[in-house]
Design a protein around this ligand. Structure first.
Ligand SMILES: Nc1nc2c(c(=O)[nH]1)N[C@H]1C(S)=C(S)[C@@H](COP(=O)(O)OP(=O)(O)OC[C@H]3O[C@@H](n4cnc5c(=O)[nH]c(N)nc54)[C@H](O)[C@@H]3O)O[C@H]1N2
Ligand SMILES: Nc1nc2c(c(=O)[nH]1)N[C@H]1C(S)=C(S)[C@@H](COP(=O)(O)OP(=O)(O)OC[C@H]3O[C@@H](n4cnc5c(=O)[nH]c(N)nc54)[C@H](O)[C@@H]3O)O[C@H]1N2
Ligand code: SF4
Ligand SMILES: [Mo]
Length: 851
């Protein structure tokens, strides 16, 4: 592990600039961040300017600096002002120049000339001008308005920039008039939010006090490779290993598992059983937090396996329902019982529970998608997150925090530009099926409020007339969504599709008009916000480098130009809103061009930081826009502990809920809408709980697609250390260093199988194999590897592109993929309480055969 990682980092010191000029592989590169002791701030002897921007290679959204030499980006490092990444990027930050200068980028707008659509069918794109492209899009939209059906416009966003998104996602559907606009959130990690949401009223991603934790539990995630805080984790990791315990719970050997004190190769999807057993041990052995949870009236521990307890015997402090939870769920969840479900030995369960108990409130249970993104994931997320409650680590030093933020400026209201047609159309039915009886999608505990991204394909297939014009940006759902084949089918039937992206991805192959986007981390304006290491921050994205091609930022520049076209055709509201309301906070001027609009939007969002009404807490004051552009970021003050303590959690009871009145209220509301019981809702939505158990963290057995007889292996999906979400496979460094993913090989795609199974099935490393599930078949190579237990196979998500460019595919012209896309075999199913797409938890069975 160490070796492969170092090889990558060494090589990443070769700047992209030198790759471009062909000086590859020289060893004399004078200086680069990874080889310098971590506290030093690297500087480059090269001539150039370090320009501040923000990486969006993952959802951490690191503040970075890009070395710009003669208008070209050559290197990347963390913004030295960052309190979150400490001036360092993860390996993927270094890939920014390669992604931006990908020779396969779309260089000009294009239109389709082949009316036939389908996987492998050449769209026969021809270049056109921006003027023609936007005129065509505007005309197609106007046809809908003229026909009185504006709601047949659908917009979907994949990734987005955090403030500018509201000028497209937040504005276009509202001012135009359509209910059909969807974010990618529920193919991301939404189910995770149900854990903290339904227990402590915080439906968000957590922050962890890594600087002080004594026990880090990476549960269903690998924060050294992926998840949300890679540079921060790398920074603190060695110290945590030295002073405390690191526990990794993952069915395959991940990077963090390889470096942890304890690795629990859990039977996929049984995390709820393990969490139940850990809770059982913490309670029976008296290791819960007295300060947070409370204690028995007479001080004697009555948590005895198998025995119920009178609720009056315990007085709770910051929590609600611990005794109900014990009586209905935990009392029988002994380690011996859990060992059978999880395949983790009793001894290890006990050891791990005691290590957590010993660290107490300085334990951080870092729960990731591996726990939550499965068909019954809401309850697993609750069960795992509830351990933070039992240990009292919620909002505590060394524990688990809610996220922080800095105040941003709001965009002016669009309300007065919403006409009656738009108002009516905005109330139309949504294609994603949220709020159906079997799809409660109750993000924030409100039934029908969560997006069900992946179900849109099913909606399109069921009702092909529902959408006539589909616009999407920064997305590739034909690749990134499980049951990917459904998207191929659905997209082939959409009459007019506009894709706003920098690369010709799989989804782009179905486009009628392609609008080439800027690469946002260095070519466009926006303000990005996030938090980590106890600080909320805002960070700039600026047009730092010269654009090599005829590209535009889709959320601002393209919207401005499209609005102009719509106005010329008789629909003025969108352009009037953009052109009459966006006043430059510095100069008082209104925008007159797309570029001015883009920059003014960034200024409006961030003016609260560089010309605040009152002095801000946190970083030293920033003096004006120029100073903000130079510094690039502003961090707020360190997190305040115990935010929700003292009855301030945003739940129904204002307490941390082991018995979730919050969930109960939502479920009752949903059941009432369908005049039925919550038990019936549980049944139709595919959960096994009945009665009160449905309102608490508990174990639900695995819902598996495919019988063990027909599909003997349980499939494990996970992210590559080098995936910049779905956008790096066309980069040569991605392919060359693919072996940094444990068990993987460079320039290839392997499914990993335990050698015992290899012997049983007569398979060996290097065999070409097919993987078949109920959803489809893909091909790749086999690798025998001890990092998975018998009966399971693991394959990294990322390869299998058939249309992303010449590096990502085996043959771009013939649409032949390099390896196989996991999403073609993962079945489309959902954690229906959140609407999230399942991809983890062993829900897909597969069989593997020699090709
Ligand atoms: N390197 C990298 N980092 C990223 C991204 C990226 O593309 N690449 N994307 C970013 C985005 S968009 C997101 S949403 C985040 C979240 O993303 P991550 O936290 O990285 O999520 P996944 O890789 O989906 O996590 C799945 C993990 O759970 C494990 N797992 C699978 N099944 C089970 C199970 O049944 N039980 C347990 N305990 N574990 C299981 C897998 O082996 C894997 O380690 O990551 C962000 N960070
Ligand atoms: N099997 C499996 N599937 C997964 C995951 C997994 O771990 N396993 N991870 C899931 C997660 S967490 C997520 S968030 C989704 C992500 O999936 P999506 O939301 O579909 O997004 P990506 O695939 O990252 O986006 C790819 C598209 O972005 C475009 N693009 C790249 N850079 C830019 C830019 O700067 N601006 C614009 N406008 N476009 C750009 C590319 O041209 C391409 O079309 O995938 C999910 N799918
Ligand atoms: S990929 Fe994520 S963690 Fe890595 S530098 Fe970019 S934003 Fe930061
Ligand atoms: Mo995501």
């Amino acid at each position: 592990m160490k070796l492969t990682r170092r090889i990558f980092i060494m090589a990443s010191g070769i700047s992209a600039g030198s790759l471009i000029t062909g000086r590859v592989g020289m060893a004399a590169q004078p200086i680069h961040s990874a080889l310098i002791p971590r506290k030093a701030k690297p500087s480059s002897p090269a001539v150039g300017t370090w320009v501040a921007s923000t990486c969006q290679g993952c959802t951490q959204w690191c503040a970075v600096q890009i070395l710009v030499q003669n208008g070209r980006a050559t290197r990347v490092r963390g913004n030295p002002l960052s309190k979150t990444n400490h001036g360092y990027v993860c390996p993927r930050g270094h890939m920014i120049p390669q992604q931006m200068y990908d020779p396969d980028r779309i260089k000009t707008p294009m239109k389709r000339t082949n009316p036939l659509k389908g996987r492998g069918i050449d769209p026969k794109f021809v270049p056109i001008s921006w003027d023609e492209a936007l005129d065509t899009v505007a005309e197609k939209m106007m046809e809908l308005r003229r026909a009185g059906e504006p709601g047949k416009l659908m917009y979907m966003r994949g990734r987005y920039s955090s403030t500018s998104t509201s000028l497209l996602y937040g504005t276009l559907p509202k001012v135009w008039g359509t209910a059909n606009y969807f974010s990618h959130s529920s193919i991301c990690a939404e189910a995770e939010k149900m854990g903290p949401g339904l227990t402590q009223g915080f439906f968000g991603y957590r922050d962890y006090d890594l600087g002080n934790t004594n026990c880090l539990v990476a549960w269903g995630c690998d924060p050294l490779s992926s998840n949300r805080m890679v540079p921060n984790t790398m920074n603190h990791f060695a110290d945590i290993v030295k002073r405390g315990t690191v526990i990794a719970i993952d069915p395959r050997m991940s990077t963090i598992a390889a470096k942890a004190h304890e690795w629990l190769p859990i039977n996929p999807g049984t995390d709820g059983a393990l969490a139940g057993a850990v809770a059982h041990v913490l309670l029976t052995e008296g290791m819960w937090s007295r300060e947070f949870v409370g204690d028995f009236v007479n001080g004697k521990n009555l948590f005895v396996a198998g025995q119920t307890i009178d609720e009056a015997a315990f007085v709770e402090k910051e929590t609600n329902g611990v005794i109900k939870w014990w009586n209905l769920e935990l009392k029988d969840r002994t380690p011996a019982w859990a060992a059978k479900e999880t395949l983790i030995p009793v001894e290890q369960i006990l050891r791990v529970a005691r290590a957590m108990g010993k660290a107490g409130s300085k334990t951080a249970v870092w729960m990731g998608p591996g726990v939550a993104m499965n068909p019954r994931g809401t309850y697993t997320a609750m069960a795992v997150h509830a351990l933070n409650g039992l240990l009292g680590s919620i909002d505590a030093e060394g524990g688990v925090w809610q996220s922080s933020s800095v105040p941003l400026g709001k965009f002016p209201s669009a309300d007065k530009y919403v006409d009656d047609v738009a108002k009516a159309a905005g109330k139309g039915k949504k294609l994603d099926g949220r709020g159906a009886k079997d799809m409660p999608a109750m993000m924030n505990a409100k039934p029908g409020s969560g997006v069900v991204t992946n179900n849109v394909a099913n909606g399109l297939l069921k009702d092909p007339g529902a959408v006539k014009v589909f616009i999407s940006s920064w997305s590739n759902f034909n690749f990134s969504c499980t049951g990917a084949g459904r998207w191929d089918e659905a997209m082939a039937k959409v009459p007019f599709f506009v894709h706003m992206v920098p690369n010709v991805s799989e989804m782009t192959q179905f486009a009628d008009i392609v609008l080439p986007s800027t690469f946002n981390s260095a070519e466009g304006w926006s303000i990005i916000t996030n938090a980590g290491n106890g600080h909320g921050y805002a960070s700039i994205q600026q047009a730092a480098v010269k654009r090599l091609w005829d590209v535009k930022q889709e959320e601002t520049e393209v919207m401005w130009l499209l609005a102009e076209k719509l106005k010329a055709k008789g629909f003025a509201n969108l352009f009037d809103y953009y052109s009459k309301e966006f006043i430059d906070p510095e100069t008082g001027k209104l925008p007159t061009t797309a570029m001015e609009f883009s920059e003014i939007a960034a200024k409006i969002s961030s003016a609260t930081l560089w010309m605040p009404k009152e002095p801000l807490k946190g970083d030293p004051a920033i003096n004006g826009w120029a100073d903000f552009k130079a510094k690039g970021m502003f961090s707020g003050p360190k997190y305040t502990l115990k935010k929700g303590w003292g009855g301030k959690f945003a739940t129904e009871t204002k307490k941390f809920e082991f018995y979730s009145e919050t969930l109960k209220k939502g479920l009752l509301e949903h059941a009432k809408k369908y005049e039925t019981t919550t038990d019936d809702i549980m049944t139709v939505s595919g959960y096994t709980a009945r009665g009160d158990v449905a309102f608490m963290p508990h174990y639900e057995p695995v819902k598996r697609h495919g019988s063990v007889a027909d599909y003997p292996f349980t499939f494990i999906d996970y992210k590559s250390r080098l995936n910049r979400e779905g956008r790096s496979a066309n980069i040569t460094w991605y392919q060359e260093f693919k072996k940094v993913d444990p068990g993987d090989v460079s320039w290839g795609d392997v499914v990993k199988m335990n050698p015992l199974d290899g012997a049983k099935f007569g398979l060996k490393s290097g065999d070409n194999v097919t993987i078949t599930s109920m959803a489809g078949t893909i091909s790749c190579q086999l690798k025998l590897w001890e990092g998975v237990r018998p009966g399971t196979v693991a394959k990294c998500f990322g390869q299998g592109h058939w249309a992303y460019g010449r590096v990502a595919t085996k043959d771009f012209a013939k649409a032949i993929p390099l390896g196989g896309n996991n999403n073609e075999i993962l079945v489309d199913d959902y954690d229906r309480l959140s609407g999230a797409t399942a991809r983890n938890g062993g829900f897909t069975g597969v069989r593997i055969q020699k090709a």
